[in-house]
Write a new protein. Sequence first.
Length: 205
Amino acid sequence: MPSETQFDLIFEAIIFAARKHQGQVRKDQRASPYITHPIAVAKVIIEIGRVSDILTLTAAILHDTLEDTDTSEEEIKEVFGEEILEIVLEVTDDKTLEKMERKRRQVAHAADLSQAAKLIKLGDKLINCQDILQSPPENWTLERRRNYIQWAADVVSEIRGTNAALEAAFDQMLHEAENKLDFSIKPFRTVNQRPWAPHPNNHQE
Ligand code: ZN
């Protein structure tokens, strides 16, 4: 059970992220307020992953603030401290890069993440894929939905061994996706045939 000050930190993060994401909506058909997403990610980490580490949960709430809002690194550091900032930075894409390069990097770097960042990755991919199955963005073709789920499966392949319960929930989602979207998830060993191939021969990174 988290202590009172630990709850304080989490609620502080919820209020901070809610303000930062104010006006933003998810891509689902109901256009849900964006803040429902980081809250859902933290919720699966707690409820399915049984993780109660306060730094991980606070960073989960904040995980999209650097990437998708005007939040600065200094602001997060000032309010939540260096450790939480480091975790959020680990799960923040470089938005100056084009979309496919960002996807490629997520696959290429997933294995190097800290345990906290891996848990957030797992929760984030689980929630995003569930959203795509339950309430896909209206303009997403079947192919685009399949591609997203295949990419998420490739990222998660690189962080297996992080949390058995979250990985089992992810596998359950993959199974549902295969039925619902009528396709087969390709094994990770064929990742180099995909547009987000991580180029394993390049040891520069
Ligand atoms: Zn997210």
